[in-house]
Design a protein around this ligand. Sequence first.
Ligand SMILES: CC(C)(COP(=O)(O)OP(=O)(O)OC[C@H]1O[C@@H](n2cnc3c(N)ncnc32)[C@H](O)[C@@H]1OP(=O)(O)O)[C@@H](O)C(=O)NCCC(=O)NCCS
Length: 207
Amino acid sequence: MNSTGAPVVHAAVDTSRGTAALRDLAADDVDHIVAYLHDERDEHLNSLIDRKKLRSREETRFRFLSAVRTGDINQRHVAFAITVAGRFAGFTNLVRYTPQDNYSHWHMTDPRLRAGGLSAALYPYRINLYFDLYPIERLIHQTKTHNVGVNRMLDKYVPIAATRYIERPDGAASADEFHLRYVFRDDIPRFFAIVAGLSRNRRGGER
Ligand SMILES: CC(C)(COP(=O)(O)OP(=O)(O)OC[C@H]1O[C@@H](n2cnc3c(N)ncnc32)[C@H](O)[C@@H]1OP(=O)(O)O)[C@@H](O)C(=O)NCCC(=O)NCCS
């Protein structure tokens, strides 16, 4: 929270859909996350999540309320809200085990906002946020090979390091074949150069 009691905004980017931002999760956001994880029945989400791993709505609510950033660098699970034009549009969470083993998850919960370049535009800010707040040495992206959107988005920034079947992936994901990508602190300036190039190309295309 900042001095006015509002959640801290960590990054804000102008996009054609309005300002896309990353801010601390607030308790009011948690109902959106619970509804998305427990009530969404779209085929895509069903292909990603193992709902047996989720247990009850109350446990999910408790898990995300506990993931509101406390400011303690030892907080192992922390979540942030993605907003577009001031509205909750999704969430990302960072789960830390050791300096080398850290996973992040990213969900645009509003399907109308997918495939519009928002996740790609926020990616460097997202990574900077994790590494800025916590003593991470390596972040691991574990993405299902059939999840076209997330892989196209990551392909812009980080190459695939390995592909394999994972029986017990991080978080609520079900067993599947995954691409693994590794991100290090030193990669961040390159990510910002890439996003600057993406927005230059977009502006060029708009002329
Ligand atoms: C997958 C997801 C994270 C991608 O984020 P996004 O904001 O939709 O991605 P972007 O628009 O930045 O996508 C980057 C590129 O992928 C393309 N893309 C995105 N989703 C796509 C899809 N479903 N099919 C084909 N292309 C897709 C975009 O058009 C864009 O194309 P470009 O290379 O021509 O610019 C988002 O759609 C989402 O949250 N989905 C539901 C949850 C999920 O799958 N989370 C990831 C779990 S690992």
